[in-house]
Design a binder for this molecule. Structure first.
Ligand code: ARG
Length: 587
C-alpha cells in the first residue's frame, strides 16, 4: 500500500469516529515541507457541511491522531489544516520494507487490464522523421509503465502501408522502369523474389512522386487509380507493394531498435483489408453506413457539437478506402484477436478530429464503445523559432539524422567532461549512445504530454539541471558508492535507522514513488515519473553531500546508510528503465 493511502485510511478512521465521512481523511504530501511531511485538509470540508468551526473539528481529529505511534508530530495550521510528521522509527521501518520489495514501492493496479497500445505509426517508403519521435518515445514508456502496474499490453506499430503513397510509388517506378513485369496487367505472376528497388530507391522515389502528384492532376489521377487497383488485388501491384514493405520495414526496424523501442505486433493498415468489405456490408445492412454522393459513410455529427464533424468515409466514390476505414477495421480486428479492455492511441494532437470521428463511428456501429478508446495525443517538438522543428535548410529532419546528431553531441560532451577517460572505443561509444538517448527521451517525456516543447540540444545534453544525462550521472554515482563500500570492506547494508534531515528527506521521496507511478499510469502522463526521478536524484545528492557513508565510523549507521543508498539506486534505475533510458554501468 502507498504511504499516502495508509495515512489516509488512518486519518479517515478518526473522521469516522467523530461521525464524519472517512473519505475526508485524504492525506497528501505537504505543500509546506518546512512545517510538516504530510497534510490533511478534510476538517475544513467536514466543518462546512456540519456548520461547525473548522478549527474545532481539526482539534478533535488531531487529538485522536496524537495517540498514534506512527506520528512524531500532529498539529493544526491556519483555519484547520492538519499537519502530520512521521516518527523516524515509522519512516525507517517503511524504508526497510521498500528496500526488500522488488517493486521498490511501485504501485500496482487493483485489476489487471488488457490494453492494445497503438504507437509508432511510421509509413512505408517514407523515412521516419522527428514527427514519429514523440509517439515512439511516449508509447514505449507507457508500455513499460502499464506492464509494471500489472496490465497486459500489446504494442502495435500500425504501419501505414495501404494508402495513396503506395499508388504514387507504383506509378513513379513505372515511369523509371516501365518494362518491369509487375506493370503488365495480364501478368498474374509469380514474380521474381528479388526486389527491384532498394531502400535508397524508395527514399528517392517517394518525394519525387508526391511532388509530381501535387503539381500535376493527371499524375495524381494515375496514382489514385493505381492505389485502387492495388487495393482491388491486381497481382503485379501486390507483388511490388510487398517488396516496398519488406525493404522499408528493415530500415524502420533498425531505427526503432536504435531508439530502444520495440513492438509486439508489426501489423499494418493493409492487414485489415480483408475485414473491410464484410464490416461495411454489415454496417450497411444495419443502416449505420449510408450512401452519400457516391461514397459510403457513417454520419458522426451530433446536435450539441461545437464544431463540425464530417462523416467518416468508408468507401470513396472510386471504391478506395480511407485512413478512417482502416482504423475502424483495425478496431474490429483487435476486438476479434484479443478483446482488450482498452485501446490507446499515442498519436500527434493534430489528429484529434480524426480519432474523434473514428471513435464515434465505432460507438455508433456497436463495434467497440467510445469510452474504452483513448487518443493519448501529444504536442509538437518545435525549433527555437517556435515552429515545428526543421533542418537548417528548412526541410523535415529525418529521425536517423537527429539520432546521429544527438549521439555526436553526447560523445563530445563526454570528452569535455572527462567522464569517459580511460575507456576503450566501444565502451565510450556505448556510454555516449546511452547518454544521447537519455537526453532526447528525458527532454521529451519530462514535459506534460500535451504540451509543445522546444528542441534545445545543449540544454538536453547538459550534466547539470533536469536532464537525462544528470540522472545517468546520479545512477552511476550511487553504484560507485556501493562498489567503493564493498571494496573497502565497509560491511553489508543493514537495518535502516534515520537520524539526519537529509536521510529523512530522501526516505520521504523514496516513499512517494508509488504515487508517481499511480499518477503517471492513471493519467497516462509520463512526466510524473520524470519529476520523481529528478527529485530522487537531487535528494540522493544532498544526502551524499551531508552524510558520510563508506567512511562513517559507526557500523550500524554505516549499514543503515548503505541500505538507503542501495534503495535509492535501485529505485532510480527502475524509473530509468520505465522511461526507456537505462543508465551506463559507469562513466
Ligand atoms: N501512419 C499515421 C501517420 O503517419 C499514424 C498512424 C497512427 N495510428 C493509427 N491507428 N491511426 O500519420
Amino acid at each position: 500500500m502507498l504511504l499516502t493511502q495508509e495515512l489516509s485510511a488512518l486519518v479517515g478512521r478518526s473522521f469516522a469516529d467523530e461521525g464524519f465521512d472517512p473519505q475526508l481523511g485524504a492525506v497528501r504530501v505537504s505543500d509546506r515541507p518546512d512545517l510538516a511531511q504530510f497534510q490533511c485538509n478534510g476538517a475544513l470540508v467536514a466543518a462546512k457541511a456540519a456548520k461547525m468551526n473548522p478549527r474545532a473539528v481539526g482539534e478533535k481529529i488531531a487529538a485522536r491522531l496524537k495517540g498514534e505511534k506512527i506520528f512524531a508530530d500532529v498539529s493544526l495550521a491556519g483555519p484547520g489544516f492538519i499537519n502530520l510528521t512521521l516518527s523516524d522509527d515509522a519512516l525507517s521501518a517503511r524504508i526497510g520494507a521498500l528496500g526488500d520489495d522488488p517493486r521498490l514501492g511501485g504501485w500496482r493496479a487493483q485489476s489487471g487490464e488488457t490494453i492494445v497500445l497503438d504507437y509508432g505509426g511510421p509509413n512505408v517508403a517514407k523515412p521516419l522523421h522527428v514527427g514519429h519521435l514523440r509517439s515512439a518515445i511516449i508509447g514505449e514508456c507507457l508500455k513499460r509503465l502499464f506492464r509494471f502496474v500489472g496490465f497486459e499490453v500489446f504494442g502495435d506499430i500500425h504501419l501505414g502501408d495501404w494508402g495513396l503513397p503506395m499508388g504514387q510509388l507504383i506509378t513513379e517506378l513505372k515511369r523509371e522502369q516501365p518494362g518491369l513485369a509487375y506493370f503488365d496487367p495480364a501478368n498474374e505472376g509469380p514474380f521474381a523474389s528479388a526486389s527491384p528497388v532498394s531502400l535508397e530507391d524508395l527514399e528517392r522515389l517517394y518525394p519525387k512522386a508526391s511532388a509530381a502528384c501535387k503539381e500535376d492532376a493527371a499524375r495524381a489521377g494515375e496514382a489514385r487509380q493505381a492505389t485502387a487497383e492495388l487495393q482491388a488485388g491486381r497481382a503485379g501491384y501486390r507483388a511490388l507493394w510487398k517488396h516496398f514493405i519488406d525493404i522499408s520495414r528493415a530500415g524502420i526496424e533498425r531505427e526503432y531498435a536504435d531508439l530502444g523501442v520495440t513492438f509486439d505486433w508489426w501489423k499494418g493498415e493493409a492487414d485489415v483489408d480483408p475485414l473491410i468489405s464484410p464490416m461495411v456490408e454489415k454496417l450497411r445492412a444495419a443502416g449505420v453506413a449510408v450512401e452519400d454522393a457516391g461514397a459510403v459513410v457513417i454520419h458522426v455529427a451530433r446536435d450539441d457539437d461545437k464544431k463540425e464533424y464530417p462523416p467518416l468515409i468508408l468507401y470513396k466514390s472510386d471504391g478506395g478506402v480511407m485512413y478512417g476505414t482502416t482504423d475502424l477495421a483495425t478496431i474490429v480486428d483487435r476486438v476479434e484477436s484479443v478483446d482488450p479492455d482498452r485501446m490507446l492511441y499515442v498519436v500527434d494532437g493534430r489528429q484529434r478530429d480524426h480519432f474523434e470521428q473514428v471513435f464515434r463511428a465505432s460507438d455508433i456501429a456497436g463495434i467497440y464503445p467510445k469510452e474504452k478508446l483513448e487518443h493519448l495525443w501529444f504536442g509538437t517538438m518545435n525549433g527555437k523559432d517556435g515552429k515545428p522543428f526543421k533542418t537548417r535548410a528548412g526541410g523535415v529532419l529525418k529521425l536517423r539524422d537527429l539520432i546521429d546528431m544527438v549521439q555526436e553531441r553526447a560523445a563530445e560532451r563526454l570528452k569535455e567532461s572527462g567522464f569517459a577517460d580511460g575507456y576503450g572505443k566501444s565502451e565510450a561509444d556505448d556510454v555516449a549512445r546511452r547518454i544521447g538517448l537519455a537526453a532526447l527521451k528525458f527532454a521529451d517525456l519530462s514535459n506534460p504530454r500535451t504540451s509543445d516543447y522546444v528542441f534545445d540540444l545543449d540544454r538536453f545534453i547538459a550534466f547539470e539541471g533536469k536532464t537525462g544525462p544528470y540522472l545517468h550521472y546520479a545512477s552511476v554515482r550511487v553504484r560507485s558508492v556501493l562498489n567503493k563500500a564493498e571494496a573497502a570492506g565497509a560491511g553489508a547494508p543493514g537495518p535502516v535507522a534515520l537520524t539526519e534531515k537529509e536521510e529523512r528527506d530522501l526516505a520521504l521521496i523514496l516513499l512517494q514513488f508509488g504515487d508517481a507511478v499511480k499518477d503517471a499510469a492513471e493519467k497516462r502522463l509520463p512526466h510524473y515519473l520524470c519529476d520523481h526521478a529528478f527529485t530522487l536524484a537531487q535528494a540522493f545528492s544532498k544526502f551524499y553531500a551531508a552524510c558520510r557513508i563508506v567512511d562513517e565510523a559507526d557500523a550500524a549507521r554505516r549499514a543503515s546508510r548503505l541500505s538507503l543508498a542501495r534503495a535509492a539506486g535501485r529505485q532510480l534505475d527502475l524509473v530509468l528503465d520505465l522511461l526507456g533510458m537505462p543508465a551506463p554501468e559507469k562513466m
